[in-house]
Design a protein around this ligand. Structure first.
Ligand code: KIV
Ligand code: ZN
Length: 512
């Protein structure tokens, strides 16, 4: 047993399974780079066999990332595993994560397989995967609700076949900390070759206990890998949140006695990047990364903190990336200052051309907005991927008229496959008119299931960040857009969602 916890981030796989959280290849690559900067040990980059798009994402990440292990999920069959291995070719360090359900419910109702068939398939898959890569993780899906005797039999067999990590998912978020911790402990005690593998926890948050369960798996169960996502992103109520689990282990080292390789100073940038990319807003009171996480509003607390910080602060805001000086740049800032700020925020743009394009947008924004905050810069670079030459639809300009007592009218100019078009419409309000104008021309037929506006940095001078969630033929996507003018931000968000709807190929869904 090591004294270090391996942080396995699955934002790009399990997190992305959250309806509307699908990301483009460039977005995933940017997040993967941020995870590498954070010094995450393992990045689960996707599920290569689920679609050609996912295959390309895993491949791109495997080639770009050098300091973290890159992993692909694969169902327990030869085709999925071979596809994962193919996508991971060229990775500095590669892992295949294969899974099959082991609970009676899943085996009977979902897989329609007998326990013996599942046992054989698990064994064969791990054997097959071990012939392709040295690092193989096995997960018994719905493991926590599986019969312990059967689970012991399967896990002993896959360890004998060479599985190097055994992950025990609480797929449906049913566990409670003490029971989950003891469950892992008892598996490790009962399985004769359990010491040949690293034990891992993977908890969903349906009852709000994913972080607590994961920590119990570590403390009571002896697990040494935690699977988690930035901001706890994930299907339904989400996954165990990386920032919370990491800061709990770090802040309570006296209790856990374990080390982590994570560079926590990059946590906030990672949180913002994921939130701005997916449109999943972080609640203000969210631990560690919420806007209020380090804000002391009550007089008594403020007084205490001014006298001695540790009266009310158990962590230092700077240690997770909050900076005291939030105003970073303005109209007179030059390209070098901008580039340096990007680096400090953990944003890596690939080429000088990309930096120049981002800088041009920064200048344009600085002309309209006196103070440019970190959040503005992050929004600006996440908009960067939506350029006319890369995307089917890109925003150009907008004019709208609204007056009390009159029906608002908007005219939107945007590009479709690089060609400029203009469309006009009335609407209930200027935003409605603008989106109707776009839809009148594109005719996507998509249903809008969510529209939200968020002030990026807290005042009316701030940029509005808009999220639009569209649903079409069973597919759900989120588009985001930001601009000091929320009507423009809305049009950008709508076009970004249309781009995602277009590019999102049908995928095979991973369970859990
Ligand atoms: O929750 C789950 O069971 C999963 C598996 C695929 C590991 O995500
Ligand atoms: Zn899961």
């Amino acid at each position: 047993m090591t004294d270090k916890i391996i942080i396995f981030d699955t934002t790009l796989r399990d997190g992305e399974q959250s309806p509307g959280a699908s990301m483009t290849r460039d977005e995933k690559l940017r997040i993967a780079r941020q995870l590498e900067r954070l010094k995450v040990d393992v990045i689960e980059a996707g599920f290569a066999a689920s679609s050609n798009g996912d295959f390309e994402c895993v491949k791109a990440i495997a080639q770009a990332i050098k300091d973290s292990t890159v992993c692909s999920l694969a169902r327990a069959n030869d085709r999925d595993i071979a596809r994962a291995a193919e996508a991971l070719k060229g990775a500095q360090s590669a892992r295949i994560h294969t899974f099959i359900a082991t609970s009676a419910l899943h085996m009977e109702k979902k897989l329609r397989m007998t326990p013996d068939e599942v046992y054989e398939q698990a064994k064969q898959s791990v054997r097959f995967a071990r012939n392709l890569v040295a690092d193989v993780e096995f997960s018994p899906e719905d493991g926590y609700r599986s019969d312990p005797d059967f689970l012991c039999r399967v896990l002993e067999a896959v360890i004998a076949e060479g599985a190097t990590t055994i992950n025990v998912p609480d797929t449906v978020g049913y566990a409670v900390p003490e029971l989950y911790g003891n469950f892992i402990k008892s598996l490790r005690e009962r399985i004769p070759n359990s010491d040949k593998a690293i034990w891992s926890v993977h908890c969903h948050n349906d009852l709000g206990m994913a972080v607590a369960n994961s920590l119990a798996g570590v403390k009571i169960g002896g697990a040494r890998q935690v699977e988690c996502t930035i901001n706890g992103l994930g299907e339904r109520a989400g996954n165990c949140s990386l920032e919370e689990v990491v800061m709990a282990v770090k802040t309570r080292r006296d209790y856990f006695g374990l080390d982590l390789g994570i560079d926590t100073r990059h946590i906030l940038a990672a949180s913002r990047m994921v939130s701005q990319t997916t449109g999943f807003v972080v609640q203000p009171n969210k631990a560690v990364v919420g806007a209020n996480a380090f804000a002391h509003a009550s007089g008594i607390h403020q007084d205490g903190v001014l006298k001695a910080r540790d009266t009310y602060e158990i962590m230092r805001a700077e240690d997770v990336g909050w900076s005291a000086n939030k105003i970073v740049l303005g109209k007179l800032s030059g390209r070098n200052a901008f580039k340096q700020r990007l680096q400090e925020l953990g944003v890596q743009l690939d080429s000088e051309a990309e930096i120049n394009a981002a800088f041009a947008r920064f200048k344009e924004l600085a002309d309209r907005k006196a103070e440019i905050f970190d959040e503005d810069i992050l929004a600006l670079v996440s908009d960067e991927s939506v350029s006319a030459d890369k995307e089917q639809f890109a925003f150009v300009s907008l004019a709208q008229h609204s007056e009390t007592g009159e029906r608002p009218h908007a005219a939107v100019v945007f590009t479709v496959a690089g060609k400029e078009v203009k469309s006009e419409s009335d609407g209930n309000g200027p935003v409605d008119a603008s989106l109707k104008a776009i839809e009148a021309l594109v005719q996507s037929g998509a249903e809008m299931v969510l529209y939200s506006v968020n002030a990026i940095s807290g005042s009316t001078e701030s940029q509005g960040e808009v999220t639009v969630r569209l649903q079409n033929s069973g597919r759900v996507v989120n588009g985001t857009g930001s601009d000091p003018d929320i009507v423009v931000a809305s049009a950008k968000a709508y076009l970004s969602a249309l781009n995602k709807l277009q590019s999102k190929a049908n995928r095979v869904a991973a369970q859990g």
